[in-house]
Design a protein around this ligand. Structure first.
Ligand code: SAM
Length: 261
């Protein structure tokens, strides 16, 4: 997919289309998620052909095998959006306090509404904050998770350092993200769908900008080995990448080292 230039922005239907080179990029990311908040979950289920319903539980399963056994008391789900991973995490660690944090109020409002589920509501709380400056003291959490956040971060390395700061030494970070498929042949097929069909589906629901931004944001993400290097530099000496669906998504797992960098 070629670079989308100024002439093609904004999207024809006027929906937000964040541009990473723009100083108001983060504001536009918030506008974009505000625009799609009500349709976010069902659109993702349709666009991923239901696979996203498997990706999050599988990533939590990987997390459980990666971490050292021991109690989990406090979990942070960053960029929690409508709370899909937050709720699954609360079910997976029933004795933990789970905090979902996001900088888009409209996504948090949906999360709050959906989290009325008996058995989890008491343990989940939501708050508004940017991933770049988390309102928690050093070493607060045993686990930190985030799904489909990383592509949207203006400064990935700074955000990874901030995630490391709020984890205790030995705490574990899970980052689930869309990634390039492992096989180039399957990659061509994937890109035909992801770069063309998904934006077309987005345009059909008045969201041409957000769903053109989606494939563009994937091109900004470092490849798996470079992502693992970034994690190590941010203070996670043990880091692994676990692919799913032929590499369409990857669960990055990383253990916080003894001292933050
Ligand atoms: C693609 S959604 C993912 C939501 C959810 N984690 C899931 O599994 O579906 C990305 C979320 O990250 C949030 N986000 C993006 N950049 C952020 C930042 N810098 N700080 C906090 N939240 C951010 C957006 O508001 C949005 O709700």
């Amino acid at each position: 997919m070629s670079e989308i230039t100024g002439a093609e922005r904004p999207a024809r239907d006027g929906s937000p289309f964040p541009d990473r080179r723009d100083p108001v990029f983060e504001r536009d990311v918030r506008r974009m998620f505000t625009h799609i908040a009500q349709r976010y979950e069902w659109f993702d289920h349709v666009a991923s052909m239901g696979n996203d319903l498997l990706w999050r539980p599988r990533a939590l399963w990987d997390l459980d095998r990666f971490r050292a056994p021991g109690p989990v008391r406090r979990v942070l789900d960053l960029g929690c959006g409508t709370g899909e991973l937050t709720r699954l995490t609360a079910h997976r660690f029933p004795s933990a306090q789970v905090v979902g944090v996001d900088f888009t109020a409209a996504m948090l409002a949906v999360a709050q509404r959906r989290t009325g589920t008996p058995g989890t509501a008491g343990k989940i709380s939501y708050g508004r904050a940017t991933a770049m400056r988390l309102p928690f003291p050093d070493g607060t959490f045993d686990l930190a998770t985030n799904a489909f956040l990383a592509r949207n971060l203006l400064d990935l390395e700074a955000a990874l350092t901030e995630m490391r700061r709020v984890l205790r030494p030995g705490g574990v970070l899970l980052i689930l993200e869309i990634t390039e498929p492992v096989s180039p042949a399957f990659g061509s097929l994937f890109h035909a769908y992801f770069d063309h069909v998904v934006p077309w589906l987005g345009a059909a629901v008045d969201s041409a900008g957000p769903y053109r931004y989606l494939p563009e944001s994937l091109r900004r993400l470092p490849p798996r080995p470079a992502f693992l290097d970034a994690l190590r530099r941010a203070g996670f000496p043990r880091a692994e990448a676990h692919t799913q669906s032929m590499g369409i998504v990857t669960a990055f797992l990383a253990e916080a080292g003894a001292r933050a960098p």
